[in-house]
Write a protein that binds this ligand. Structure first.
Ligand SMILES: C[C@](O)(CO)[C@H](O)COP(=O)(O)OP(=O)(O)OC[C@H]1O[C@@H](n2ccc(N)nc2=O)[C@H](O)[C@@H]1O
Ligand SMILES: Nc1ncnc2c1ncn2[C@@H]1O[C@H](COP(=O)(O)OP(=O)(O)OP(=O)(O)O)[C@@H](O)[C@H]1O
Length: 287
């Protein structure tokens, strides 16, 4: 086996409503996930044994990295597959290098996407034979955003974000701005001021209200209240695109454009870290 590089794309939440809570305190959402053609990259290189994780950001070389949590979840299946193939429990070792390009704590799902890519890649490399559904079930135990990256489709999501119905949207261009601050997802979900009683809606309501160009994210007012840097960046972006808004629990903001040229024109004037990406209906991970 030789070295292989796998993509870990970002996502945006084009809208995000909270409709209630589950018994274990998680929130029931209705959201539109938009997969982007920009993200992290994971390179897998075979080594005699074990797993070694390196990253261009050494802070991420820890046991808490979702990549290593994904490895631990898959290892029992790999050992079983290796035993069935007559290799005792000697599974191939891999050096995984994470090229971190996505902002962290930005609401673009970087950690979740790295986790999903690891599950899909090692399921193949270790010949575990798990189905997409099985991988998504493992994934949701590691993070509510992991299943969308396993399924790899833009679309409507419910439940805690894991029940996904693919839907083909116009593949617009997005300027994504990172106001250089880290927002804790858990903190925003636990804020008293968060609206948790949105009316149940359908994707047709989202489409009727302007589709990818418009959408309400109920987490946005809470984040703007606590993080003035996010508000400052949103006020700037709104001058160029009145429908600019926040993704997930922030801190990233995005503005949709019909073409790349428009998005890049505004990007040139942006003083915060940012990237321009195209919305795509199918993740490069599964296509
Ligand atoms: C805000 C979103 O990014 C929108 O896509 C996701 O809902 C968050 O997904 P995630 O980062 O993968 O979230 P997890 O790692 O599973 O959970 C982080 C924290 O958010 C809370 N959480 C998460 C998802 C959800 N539907 N309800 C929650 O209340 C959990 O209690 C937890 O304290
Ligand atoms: N592979 C990883 N990449 C980034 N962060 C990771 C990773 N593994 C674990 N983490 C931890 O997860 C936290 C932030 O994750 P991430 O960057 O995915 O946030 P996010 O974009 O807000 O995600 P989401 O949209 O899913 O809420 C950080 O505290 C970081 O230490």
């Amino acid at each position: 086996m030789t070295e292989q590089t796998w993509p870990a794309p970002a996502k945006l939440n084009l809208m995000l409503h909270i409709t209630g809570r589950t018994d274990d305190g998680y929130h029931q959402l209705q959201t539109v996930f938009q997969i982007l053609d920009f993200g992290d990259q994971l390179t897998f290189t075979p080594i005699p044994q074990g797993i070694k994780l390196t990253c261009n950001n050494p802070e991420l070389e820890t046991d808490d990295n979702l990549i290593l949590k994904a490895v631990e979840q898959l290892r029992p299946y790999a050992e079983k597959a290796a035993a069935l193939n007559g290799q005792a429990s000697n599974v191939t070792g891999w050096h995984i290098h994470l090229d971190k390009r996505l902002p962290m704590g930005g609401g673009v799902g970087g950690g979740s996407s790295d986790c999903a890519t690891t599950l899909i890649a090692l399921n193949q490399l270790w010949e575990c034979g798990l189905t997409t559904e099985q991988l998504a079930t493992i994934g949701v135990s590691l993070g509510a955003d992991v299943p969308v990256f396993i399924h790899g489709k833009t679309g409507w999501a419910e439940g805690i974000g894991e029940q996904i119905s693919p839907y083909e949207l116009p593949e617009l261009w997005y300027l994504v701005v990172h106001p250089d601050c880290f927002v804790s997802t858990a903190k925003i979900f636990s804020d008293k001021a968060l609206t948790r009683d949105c009316e149940i809606s359908k994707i047709r309501d989202f489409l009727a209200q302007g589709g990818p160009k418009r959408g309400l994210n109920v987490m946005q007012p809470v984040v703007l209240e606590h993080y003035p840097k996010v508000k400052e960046a949103l006020d700037w972006l709104i001058q160029f695109c009145p429908d600019a808004r926040m993704t997930g629990s922030g801190s990233c903001l995005f503005a949709p454009f019909d073409n790349e040229r428009e998005a890049r024109k505004i990007a040139l004037r942006c003083k915060w870290p940012h990237f321009v990406a195209r919305g795509i209906n199918t993740s490069p991970l599964i296509s």
